[in-house]
Design a protein around this ligand. Structure first.
Ligand code: NAD
Ligand code: TYD
Length: 351
């Protein structure tokens, strides 16, 4: 069936994998990638599909209401998959308003624009909002996040994502907007901007730079390979029930320090260093304010309803990821030039 879909944030980390999957798997769909190309957006991520006949790029900012309305009028989308966001917790601590603008106001603009073009017939339409497990807050040593876990966001980032989730549900309830929301755990993989733990540490190990571990390093995250997230988005977009939430996770919890040691061992092998060499770069630094102790997802619902399960083991995914960064030095050098240097100094010097 022919469809015109809007994917927002398609030049970012997860968005680029979602755009690639949809453009290649659904030649009958017209895929419009809308992205403001902030520091985190990079069209190099999509070089391999940029000339596909069913792919269109629109450079636009979701906070610009008039432009968003005109893009919706121009394409008359059948569906929206919304990933555009400010996504890094540390940046949200420095500048929360940027997160409120993009994640809350930007999402509201998209909802309003969709409502305008769909108001006479919502049949077959779908607003898919991509969210995070961080909206549920922080776990102790036991337990998992379920779809029914009450929201308890703790950082400006997660508060802004929680607010946007609430708006999507409110539009579903008030205006009968057909929607689905997924809340996913931490992703890793190729094209991940090197401000987040895994790509930052791969880059620093490569360059023999200190590895800044926050606090005691015993914070726990549930890691999922990004392509498996994109597969889940495809399944939920096509098979998920309207008005439902699905949690997506890797069944793969790691304490930061154990993960960092694993990355060091893998990188030692790649770089021909003696075992234990890269571990010497580990440097414990002042903790992130309000740092969530543990995230872990119970992904039973998406598994039972849609048959989704991660296809890549963590060992395999991490190997592919490290190989990708080692083979894509140019990409890394490009994204770590300019503003990145300023961000890095501000974030890590004197800490
Ligand atoms: P990212 O920071 O790599 O990419 C975000 C993209 O959005 C970039 O291309 C950027 O240019 C674009 N963007 C930012 N502000 C914009 C604006 N105002 N208008 C238009 N485009 C804008 O983020 P990501 O890690 O790929 O995350 C994508 C989505 O998935 C986000 O909504 C995030 O909350 C969610 N999520 C991420 C993770 C994760 O581990 N990275 C986990 C769960 C959910
Ligand atoms: P991050 O990749 O920023 O994802 P999130 O905070 O959204 O889960 O961080 C993952 C974990 O790694 C988190 O517990 C914070 C920690 N961390 C460090 O210890 N040092 C760092 O330099 C960064 C960026 C993160």
């Amino acid at each position: 069936m022919k469809k015109t879909l809007l994917i927002t944030g398609g030049a970012g980390f997860i968005g680029s994998h979602v755009v690639r999957l949809f453009v290649t798997k659904y030649p009958d769909y017209k895929i419009v990638n809308l992205d403001a190309l902030t520091y985190a957006g990079n069209l190099e991520n999509l070089k391999d599909i940029q000339d596909a006949p069913n792919y269109i790029f629109e450079k636009a900012d979701i906070t610009d209401e008039a432009t968003i309305n005109s893009i919706f009028a121009k394409y008359n989308f059948d569906g929206v998959i919304h990933l555009a966001a400010e996504s890094h917790v540390d940046r949200s601590i420095i500048d929360p308003n940027a997160f409120i603008r993009t994640n809350v106001m930007g999402t509201a603009n998209l909802l309003n624009a969709a409502r305008t073009i769909w108001k006479d017939n919502m049949e077959g339409k779908r607003f898919y909002h991509v969210s995070t497990d961080e909206v549920y807050g922080s776990l102790g040593e036991e337990g998992f996040f379920l779809e029914t876990t009450p929201y308890d966001p703790q950082s400006p980032y997660s508060a802004s994502k929680a607010a946007s989730d609430h708006f999507v549900r409110a539009y579903g309830n008030t205006y009968h907007m057909p929607f689905v929301i997924t809340n996913c755990s931490n992703n890793y993989g190729p094209n991940h901007f090197p401000e987040k733990l895994i790509p930052l540490f791969i880059n620093n190990i490569r360059n023999n730079k200190p590895l800044p571990v926050y606090g005691d390093g015993k914070y726990t995250r549930d890691w999922l390979y990004v392509v498996d997230h994109a597969r889940a988005i495809d399944m939920v977009f096509h098979g998920g029930r309207n008005g439902e939430t699905y949690n997506i996770g890797g069944f793969n919890e790691w304490q930061n320090i154990e993960l960092v040691k694993l990355m060091c061992r893998e990188m030692d092998k790649r770089l021909g260093r003696q075992e234990g060499e890269s571990e010497k770069l580990i440097s414990y630094i002042k903790d992130r304010p309000g740092h969530d102790r543990r995230y872990a997802i119970d992904a039973t619902k998406i598994n039972k309803e849609l048959g989704w399960y991660p296809s890549v083991t963590f060992e395999e995914g991490l190997r592919i990821t490290i190989d990708w960064y080692m083979a894509n030095e140019e990409w890394l050098n490009h994204v770590t030039s300019g503003d990145y240097k300023k961000y890095y100094e501000n974030q890590y010097t004197h800490r």
